[in-house]
Design a protein around this ligand. Structure first.
Ligand SMILES: O=C(O)CCC(=O)C(=O)O
Ligand SMILES: [Fe+2]
Length: 299
């Protein structure tokens, strides 16, 4: 699901006047959404490109997309403010950008920290299949990652897997275990716009094909689970890796994941990160999106 941006659109975006954004609480302000839309829709083929993007995310069989903004990143600088505003404008065509972390900016840095838990965000190891903010009653509808710099040593493939397809390959007994409120993961502290803490939670709820598969494979190592529940969760993790796709994000690639359909993760970075100056290491920027309540296309 890679979406190239037509060259005439790229050319128009480079010179487009796009002001700094305003926030309304932790959501992108409606006035900014409208302003960005007004500017961006003057660019040739913008609406056609965002329609393709929405279809890739919420249409039949879809669930993630990579918008290839590498030329624009090169022209403006991949960590340039104007580039980030343009990407925010694309994101706002999918759903409403927001930050669940009240003290952090709208876009959150995911750099590389050699001394952090290697399996967690910004760690150097394998980042197992998960959904972001899994332990909120209302996780973000979309999680998005903008690649500023890939791993200069060549590691860190992104991995994606269709959560409902993985569930469909499990036995009925395993599915029944996953539907029990017997799972928990992580802490829930000072978060905004993602509901209440959900603990314990069921991995499956309601109609398959609808809603979240509320899962993180990180719970297998980091949460106390009963043997039967752990076994079902391990089977799901295996089906997710069995059905995964993987690819390397390049500078300017913008990955958007519909969290109601796909789970994501990342292969380990290449060994030798300690020898790379922090300013040269892999860098992603993360942004979350909330679909309007009426938007059944997100389901
Ligand atoms: O580093 C990556 O590519 C993914 C990071 C991630 O999924 C996260 O921080 O939630
Ligand atoms: Fe994540």
């Amino acid at each position: 699901m890679f979406i190239d941006v037509p060259s005439e659109l790229e050319a128009a975006l480079i010179d487009l006047p796009i002001p700094t954004w305003k926030l309304d609480g932790s959501f992108l302000a409606k006035s900014t959404m409208e302003r960005y839309r007004r500017e961006l829709t003057t660019a040739p083929r913008f609406e056609e490109t965002t329609a393709t993007l929405r279809r890739a995310l919420a249409g039949e069989g879809g669930g993630y997309a990579v918008l290839r903004l590498g030329n624009l990143a090169k022209a403006l600088g991949p960590d340039d403010d104007r580039f980030l505003r343009l990407v925010t404008g694309f994101a706002a065509e999918v759903a409403v950008p927001f930050s669940p972390f009240p003290r952090w900016p709208l876009w959150k840095d995911i750099g590389v920290k050699v001394d952090k838990d290697p399996g967690k965000s910004s760690g150097i190891g394998y980042n197992a299949f998960h959904m972001d903010l899994v332990n909120g009653t209302l996780p973000p509808d979309y999680t998005t990652l903008l690649c500023v710099r890939p791993d200069p040593l060549g590691g860190g493939l992104s991995i994606l897997s269709d959560a409902h397809a993985a569930v469909a390959r499990l036995s009925e007994d395993s599915r029944a275990l996953l539907a029990e409120s017997a799972y928990h993961y992580g802490t829930f502290f000072d978060l905004f716009g993602v509901g209440e803490e959900y603990k314990p939670f069921p991995i499956l709820k309601g109609d398959p094909g609808e809603g979240f598969v509320r899962f993180t494979a990180k719970m297998l190592e980091r949460s106390e689970l009963s043997q039967a529940h752990a076994k079902a969760a391990r089977e799901l993790a295996e089906e997710l890796t069995g059905g995964q796709v993987s690819f390397m994000l390049q500078s300017g690639d913008y990955l958007i994941v519909n969290q109601r359909r796909f789970l994501h993760g990342r292969e380990a970075l290449h060994s030798g990160q300690e020898a790379i100056p922090a300013s040269d290491r892999r860098l992603l920027l993360q942004l979350f999106l909330r679909a309007p309540a009426s938007d059944s296309a997100a389901a």
